[in-house]
Write a protein that binds this ligand. Sequence first.
Ligand code: PLP
Length: 401
Amino acid sequence: MIHLSTRSRNTPPSPIRRLAHLARSASEKGVEPYYLNIGQPDIHCPRLFSEGVAQHADIHVSYAPSEGIQVFREAWASWMNREHGIDTSPERYMVTMGASEGLVFLFTTCCDPSDEIIIFDPTYANYMGFAEQTGVRLVSLASAFEEGFQLPDTSVIRKHITSRTRAILLCNPNNPTGVLYGEEEVERLLDICHRYGLYLLLDETYREIVFDNKPVTSAMKIAPDDEHVIVIDSLSKRFSLCGARIGSLYVPSNGLREKILHLAQARLSAPTIEQLAATHMLKQIEDGYTAEVCATYQGRRDCLIRCLQKIPGVTCCEPSGAFYLLAKLPIEDAEHFASWMLSEYSQDGRTLFLSPARGFYSIPGMGEDEIRLAFVLEEKSLEHAMKVLEGGLEAYKSVTK
Ligand SMILES: Cc1ncc(COP(=O)(O)O)c(C=O)c1O
């Protein structure tokens, strides 16, 4: 047997994609799944982006500068400043291949192997994969479904800081819970980071997707010059540009930015045409674009919650942002249920592709009866999908009897 590294063996499969082969088989049998498993917006990207791609169709596709194309960094900083009433400079942004690459860069620059980052369970599942790749140990602190996933007390967080702790990582608004953490919470974590000399890594991939007119929180507003702060960002969600693979890191510390640049140089560059097309988009996109996107997702959230409330035994936490929610089902093993739905159950030729929530928890035994639902389908489809869920839960009773 040829050797496989421990790191690769320990990298977990994505809970979002693990059942994809079952979804493919269902499709081949003529049963079309509703894809509630993945945060892939069905909203079309802004027309300005496609226009930008067309404008650059004939260019010589060269490598871009490793830190990102300057006109893109300027357009990105300028959009961010307009959108949030802040004053950030393009030089502080490093362009990455999505938030994903930015996270790997940060785990690599902020930590040595076996160093620790504090996270809050449940959390974005791929953080675990990034940690395995980079040898970082994630120290997970629980936040409870029953308490609306609020962050633990300061004393609990402090108790888990060791000589190997390098950072606290918060996703805000959070995937998979949809919880929005306010300014006081970010300031509280920042105080802890100051006291212990840690970085505060804020994954703001869903920053503008916030419901009920709640204020958008950003560390770039709260402490834009603080060298402990790093903001991870992406065009994937708010602009429905998942496949463009463009993200950014906002890094106030010159020293850290220089080290990230060295990693960026080793991978040469982020996509060129996509940066140019996004520049075209950002320069002309109308104010209020993200408000429209929010209104669409808020309508879907309300629709999904209304439907879930009608299903006996199902409970959920109402999200304030992003486009996910966690639901508790009247079953014992959501992993088994999700597989069974794809391989055994259909209603009107449809089934569901669900994400079992267990993969979003790093504390063993958590989330066994929970699923994560992404509300990235139109309301009519969500309504039908929830009928399929209700029928599936009823039929599943006889399987587990
Ligand atoms: C919280 C969070 N961070 C990062 C990412 C990765 O995004 P990107 O497509 O920019 O790599 C995702 C994608 O779903 C996410 O939910």
